[in-house]
Design a protein around this ligand. Structure first.
Ligand SMILES: C[S@@+](CC[C@H](N)C(=O)[O-])C[C@H]1O[C@@H](n2cnc3c(N)ncnc32)[C@H](O)[C@@H]1O
Length: 597
């Protein structure tokens, strides 16, 4: 169906989302409200946010079902309101449990991608398993309590709805393993459920296509997906990065650690992932972004920037690193400056300065909270994800300690997120059954949904209260910003990334493969002016010239440089050096009658 023929209901759904979010503020333990909002997110085309709400609904379901759980009373009370008599003494299942909107809409989204599943599989109609999606009357079971019967019915239907939603939503994000796991869990509780069986077929089909295999090894299903990367329409924390006010703030901060530099709006080429050599000779389209510029002449070898950041994390358990700045701790000699937290085991700071900064910025939120085992020493292939999760945890601890919204932290608020406009992201799914290529934010159930909630629980934070601070879209926005700006330090022995940090001023500098600065990151991030440029000419930056950083090893050849920098740049580098060297490589290949290697 041509989507242009469809009525655009976005404004209605956005308003409904606002209303439901407001209701959740006053009824934070109401699982039905979460399921309603999950449905709205599906309609709006955010399967990730839909899965996030369905998962919270599932957690609240478990709270209701288990007396010993922490929020049992609150969750049960909220549910009882949905089980009370309606007008005229009648009662029905809450509308979201009766409607076919949510999951059916998602399933039809999957169907629209023309997967052409084996028709024999899909027509196999399952027998009803006794879980009713239809209208339930306010019947008495003869002896039992009306409320109990209704509660049981609502809980059973709600859990089914959660599993259906999680299976399909995670599938749409490309998280096949989690999608399959929730589907299986749902089928264990609701054997033969038609929608879950159908979801299972789709998961299997898509997994076989993606892995190009005939038989699936379920333990090997891919779980890394992609979702929309955008300033959500309801996100009112994002500043106008190009306004005079923002520039004035950034330049005031820069005056403290990089007095010869200023932030300015500049034009940068729009980069593409599919590099096309012909781009070299055409006009490259540009977009406005920020960059760092010299306010005065800078001499070769002169230090330009010296920035300290507490937005740092490491993924090594019990290593000799400062908890605040993640630099290596000095040796523990008699006159050592190292300070241990008096209340935690094994939490050390390089000196009293780091300890005091930590106390003012983030440590009280995690002190004595047994949080230092989360995401530490992960499987090597999980290391980058663990680092991003730990950075997110640090940002949450900073927000709690400083009593501010995570997106309002000065370390976070102004940084680049590589967002696309919502309107460009809201596109129908393409027929190759993967998340659309325009969705560029890496996403997984464990990193984006379960992991952050686990960290908050470790911090003794009620994950249901204060939803405005701890909603999934907040985590996604933080991840988008960290992925556009964080630097990682690799352990030279293992070759694995172990420390990551965001330096909000350093990261204003754009990349060039002929950089005029070098950087070094120990306890602090430092920039200094290169003595020599790449061609051997004398270094130095003139007043008004841009500070040109490097996001990759500039000693590499053009092909490798472009490959390495692709992730942090968002596409193939189009700097003058790259264009020149790529052109020369083509000429050489043409001359020798070979293809460019
Ligand atoms: C760390 S940020 C640099 C600062 C950023 N321009 C800002 O407005 O804050 C990295 C992003 O800047 C952009 N960028 C940096 N160097 C670039 C270059 N040489 N060409 C095109 N885009 C570049 C890319 O969008 C990249 O994702």
């Amino acid at each position: 169906m041509d989507s242009s023929d469809e009525e655009d209901n976005t404004p209605y759904y956005l308003e409904r989302r606002e209303t439901l979010t407001a209701e959740l503020r006053s009824h934070p333990y109401d699982l039905i409200l979460y399921l309603e909002r999950a449905q709205i997110y599906s309609e709006l085309g955010y399967p990730d946010l839909s899965a996030g709400d369905a998962y919270r609904a599932l957690l609240l379901h478990d709270e209701c079902a288990t007396e010993e759980f922490e929020y049992h009373e609150q969750a049960t009370e909220a549910l009882q309101e949905w089980c009370a008599d309606g007008p005229g003494g009648t009662w029905q299942l809450p509308a979201v449990l009766r409607s076919k909107g949510g999951v059916h809409q998602l399933v039809s989204q999957v169907e629209r991608v023309d997967l052409n599943p084996d028709p024999k599989l899909t027509v196999a109609k399952q027998q009803s398993n006794g879980v009713s999606n239809g209208v339930a009357n306010g019947e008495l079971d003869g002896e039992g309590n009306v409320m109990e019967v209704r509660m049981e019915k609502v809980l059973k239907n709600a859990s089914l709805r959660c599993y259906r939603n999680l299976s399909i939503s995670l599938l749409l994000c490309g998280c096949l393993k989690s999608s399959y796991d929730f589907c299986q869990r749902g089928l264990t509780v609701n054997p033969g459920d038609e929608e879950l069986e159908q979801a299972k077929e789709y998961i299997q089909l898509i997994a076989k296509r993606r892995l190009k295999v005939k038989e699936l090894d379920y333990s090997q299903l891919p779980d890394q997906g992609l979702v929309r990367r955008e300033i959500y329409p309801w996100n009112d924390h994002e500043p106008d990065r190009y306004s005079a006010e923002t520039l004035a703030f950034l330049n005031k901060e820069l005056a403290k650690c990089a007095p010869k530099c200023e932030a300015k709006v500049t034009e940068l080429p729009i980069l593409f992932h599919n590099y096309n050599n012909s781009d070299n000779y055409g006009t490259t389209p540009t977009m406005s972004q920020l960059g760092l510029f010299a306010k005065e002449d800078i001499e070769p070898g002169e230090e330009i920037l010296d920035e300290f950041s507490l937005l740092a994390a490491n993924n090594v358990l019990k290593d000799a690193l400062c908890d605040a700045c993640s630099s290596a701790l000095p040796p523990l000699t008699v006159d050592s400056e190292v300070v241990a937290c008096p209340d935690c085991d094994d939490i050390m700071f390089c000196n009293s300065d780091c300890f005091e900064r930590a106390q003012a910025s983030y440590h009280p939120a995690v002190c004595e909270k047994d949080i230092d085992t989360v995401a530490k020493d992960p499987d090597p292939k999980e290391k980058p994800f663990a680092l991003y999760l730990l950075l997110l945890g640090r940002a949450l601890a900073m927000a709690v300690t400083q009593e501010t919204h995570p997106l309002d932290l000065t370390e976070v608020k102004y940084i680049w997120g590589d967002f696309l406009p919502s309107s460009q992201n809201a596109i129908p799914l393409p027929p190759d059954s993967e998340p659309p290529p325009i969705w560029t934010l890496p996403f997984s159930f464990s990193s984006n949904i379960a992991g952050p909630l686990h960290l908050l629980e470790k911090m003794d934070i009620d994950i249901f209260q204060n939803l405005d601070h701890y909603d999934l879209w907040v985590f996604n926005t933080l991840y988008a910003k960290f992925r556009g700006t964080a630097s990682a330090r690799v352990n030279h022995r293992t070759g694995h990334p172990e420390v990551a940090a965001v330096h909000p001023l350093w990261c204003l500098a754009n990349h060039d493969c002929d950089p005029n600065v070098q950087w070094e990151w120990g306890a602090r991030m430092r920039f200094w002016c290169r003595e020599k440029r790449i061609d051997g000419s004398k270094g130095g930056v003139k007043k008004g010239e841009e500070i040109l950083n490097h996001y990759t090893d500039v000693e590499l050849g053009v092909k490798e440089r472009r490959e390495w920098a692709k992730g942090s740049l968002g596409g193939f580098c189009m700097c003058e050096r790259c264009k020149r060297e790529a052109g020369e490589a083509i000429e050489r290949a043409d001359g020798s009658g070979q293809k460019e290697s």
